[in-house]
Design a protein around this ligand. Structure first.
Ligand code: NDP
Length: 544
């Protein structure tokens, strides 16, 4: 149920959101803001529609996903241009980082969900020898509420929509107020794929609409956004114990060891830090490079940074587009300003673009940084890469782990074995060896953070399991026999229980077999006493 306070707040607000292109300031479009009543109605409709949907086979559900996929593919250019206009990112990047991975994810979950969620037998050890069997089935949750950010307005919500639907749920999606048209486009694609309307509803609005959705009685909230909002969502969901997955911010480190391929590592740092203008949760936000190779690495990085082309996203040759909002650009300015005031050196960029009018910030490399600076501690979420040096592997690991965040990290070395060893010491949900940032695009692998980067997972089997209720079914195939541990306690039973503690609980059937005579005696005695009870009852009946 929504609180009265939330309803009052909704009543006060404006009725539409205007989406602007951050590169040009032009209006992209307007959408109405869903009222609290509309959100409640959407959840109600979703609940009704889900009942029938949950009875559909995986094959039937997959048909809708694949039809929606075909529509998205047919309209790839239009969708990518819309994403670019709402976010500022290059069209090419909208295709490579949003369309390609989701088209892949759609076919993957359409084809594989039946396999990933197949009922599973559980080996229950010696209980199995006693005629018992257990298995797990995965049931849909009901209605899933998805609240998504503006930085990947197509890829993030769409992946969760597809997985939720394939798992048999219905969805109410609240996109970011900065990218409402991309959110509505997702709904439109599925509608034209023939999905019944209640199964996927998009409620446009701002943070207050998101807050209403959290309290609207959904069965799960999939939230992606900042740590600050994530904590608020968790608090609010706790009132009804609504489960939440929180995909939050990051301050992802990249460690370049002395034996890394320096040119490749520099190119990776460049893309990892500056794609999407640094507005990816898994952007490289801190770079630690071994002091022996630091000079060569930094020189290469600076040269490559200066060669990047910045322009409006619809221009074919733009490497970097505009930042998605002035608010985000101001955060970047504050972080860079703080770093400079504490002694950091700007090796490239360090200011908003003087030649482009919109929200453009130049790709920036900072040196002489340390962990007292905001730019090394808080999420910058912009095109800024601070670089620090280290002397030893232990120092690099310590610096990487010195953060409240733990989303992704990367280690660069020619020795894969060394890379994997270091990866295991780093506190992050994903650690890549000789790779950077992109694994959100792999449908098969789990995505999620440690520490304040979040709770739970999206993508892969672990992500799918967040969208179902596991149910354990346990069967006793020898229904006629009572259990050894039921009532009828006696000194003999006590001796058997002590024997069970010493032998059965070792997990070794040979040890348990030594108790067989005692066990049989108790079973026979119990059968006898059951027979005695029946005889007694019969006699009483006869006497009446
Ligand atoms: P926000 O936390 O500001 O917003 C995220 C979503 O929550 C938006 O739809 C927003 O609506 C909505 N919202 C705002 N207030 C509330 C509320 N009280 N209750 C419920 N919903 C609310 O994040 P941003 O959109 O600014 O996204 C950037 C952040 O997202 C960064 O920190 C980034 O690291 C993180 N992120 C994490 C990812 C991950 O996988 N771990 C992936 C991508 C981004 P509105 O926009 O309308 O205000």
């Amino acid at each position: 149920m929504m609180s009265v306070e939330t309803l009052d707040k909704l009543a006060e607000r404006a009725e539409e959101i205007i989406s602007y292109d951050p590169a040009t300031g032009e209006e992209v479009g307007r959408v109405p803001i869903a009222s609290a009543e509309e959100v409640a109605l959407a959840v109600k409709r979703a609940r009704q529609a889900q009942v029938v949907w949950s009875l559909e086979s995986y094959r039937e559900r997959a048909r809708f996903i694949m039809r929606a996929r075909q529509i998205a593919l047919d309209e790839l250019e239009e969708i990518a241009t819309l994403i670019s206009r709402e976010t500022g990112k290059p069209v090419a990047e909208a295709i490579s980082m949003e369309l390609v991975p989701t088209l892949d994810l759609m076919q993957f979950f359409a084809r594989r969900t039946h396999h990933l969620l197949r009922p599973e037998k559980i080996n229950i050890g010696q209980y199995g020898l006693m005629g018992r069997a257990s298995h797990i089935i995965y049931k849909p949750l009901g209605v899933v509420g998805i609240i998504s950010p503006w930085n990947f307005p197509w890829a993030i919500p769409l992946g969760e929509v597809v997985m939720s639907l394939m798992a048999g749920n219905s969805v109410v999606l609240k996109p970011s107020e900065l990218t409402p048209l991309t959110g509505l486009k997702i709904g439109d694609v599925f509608k034209r794929a023939g999905l019944s309307e209640g199964l996927l509803q998009v409620v446009s609005g701002d943070g207050r609409t998101g807050a209403v959705l959290v309290e609207a009685g959904v069965d799960k909230i999939m939230f992606t956004g900042s740590v600050q909002t994530g904590k608020r969502v968790a608090q609010s969901a706790a009132k009804t114990l609504t489960p939440v997955v929180l995909e939050l911010g990051g301050k992802d480190p990249m460690i370049v060891l002395e034996d890394a391929d320096i040119e490749t590592a520099a190119s990776a740092a460049l893309w990892g830090a500056f794609c999407n203008s640094g507005q990816a949760c898994a952007s490289v936000e801190r770079c630690y490079v071994h002091e022996k190779v630091a000079q060569a690495f930094i020189e290469s990085l600076v040269e490559k940074t200066r060669a990047l082309k910045q322009n409006i996203g619809t221009s074919e040759d733009a490497d970097l587009g505009a930042m998605s909002s002035e608010r985000q650009l101001r955060t970047v300015e504050e972080h860079v300003h703080d770093a400079i005031s504490r002694g950091a050196r700007v090796l490239a960029g360090g200011r908003r673009s003087s030649s482009l009018k919109g929200s453009f910030y130049e790709p920036t490399i900072l040196a002489d940084v340390d962990h007292t600076m905001i730019v090394m501690r808080e999420e910058t979420f912009g095109p800024v890469l601070p670089v620090m040096t280290f002397k030893t592997e232990d120092e690099a690991v310590r610096l990487a782990n010195d953060s409240v965040f733990g989303l992704t990290a990367s280690v660069w070395t020619k020795s894969v074995r060394r890379g994997k060893r270091i990866a295991e010491r780093i506190e992050a949900g994903t650690v890549m060896v000789n790779e950077v940032l992109y694994t959100h695009g792999i449908a098969q692998t789990p995505w999620g953070g440690m520490k304040q980067s979040g709770l739970g997972r999206t993508h892969g089997r672990l992500g799918l399991l967040e969208l179902v209720a596991p149910q354990h079914i346990h069967v006793n195939r020898i229904a006629r026999l009572r259990d050894l541990w039921w009532f009828g306690y006696s000194p003999g039973a006590g001796r058997l229980f002590r024997g069970l503690a010493r032998r059965f609980a070792t997990g070794n059937p040979l040890q348990t077999s030594l108790l067989l005579p005692q066990m049989l005696r108790r079973l026979v005695k119990k059968q006898d006493s059951r027979k005695d009870e029946r005889d007694e009852a019969r006699t009483m009946n006869d006497n009446q």
